[in-house]
Design a protein around this ligand. Sequence first.
Ligand SMILES: Nc1ncnc2c1ncn2[C@@H]1O[C@H](COP(=O)(O)OP(=O)(O)O)[C@@H](O)[C@H]1O
Ligand SMILES: [Mg+2]
Length: 254
Amino acid sequence: MRYIERSNKKSKPKTLRLIGEQTPFAIRESFNQLRTNLLYTTNDNDGCPIYAITSAEMSVGKSTISSNIAVSFTNLGKKVLLIDADMRRPAQHFTFGYDKKQPGLSDLLAGVKTNDEECMNSPMRGLTVITSGIIPPNPAELMHSKKFGEYLEKWKNEYDIIFIDCPPAGVVSDPIALASLINGYIIVAMANRSDSNRINATIKLLKMSKAKITGLVLNATSLRGEGSKYSKHYGYKHGYYKYNYYYGYKNGND
Ligand SMILES: Nc1ncnc2c1ncn2[C@@H]1O[C@H](COP(=O)(O)OP(=O)(O)O)[C@@H](O)[C@H]1O
Ligand SMILES: [Mg+2]
């Protein structure tokens, strides 16, 4: 996956999160490639495939990849459901411009909302987004709840493909809860930043739960090689170390 270019340094992240016609061809093409690879790994007879997007570390582009690959499938005329299951550091409400307090996944899983339609948003043709909902005190518990499996079974009959934007499996246990409910995990790593030992440890952890790994996406490879203007713009290396590693995931494997 290539760097997504900002039109200028001051443009808001909201506008760079989704690719559009302005996005360089190479970037749009890399999403098309990912889409093709996914199409090859799914069997039409299996019905609606469900993919969970996770990583070893935080802030490697999981949410960016999730939203863009979801949009890319709508361009094929597919009915796509995108679920923000990172109930610790949610992102999809922001990407699609919804209020972070609006009802979403946490409200459904906690039983605060019983009608899933109240939690569904349609930002564009073919795409339904369920935002994370109010940040709950017990995200891991909610992910493991029977209700999630029941809702996924229901949604499988209503959509062509489902993407679940997860927290990093290398940091918290939430995504492992989905192992038996989904077709596979897509692991995102950040070029020049993600640590291969941590990626391998995360893959091992997921495999121990009998999870299927559909593929690894290397995000933010530079368009023009090392030190290109794109990698300079984002300065991930610096940004990363400003984070407290467990920020937002401080409940650990609660
Ligand atoms: N390929 C990319 N090019 C440019 N910016 C990116 C790219 N991937 C991610 N980002 C930016 O990096 C930040 C973290 O990405 P995000 O998708 O929220 O990561 P995660 O979900 O893994 O925490 C966001 O501001 C996002 O816009
Ligand atoms: Mg995210």
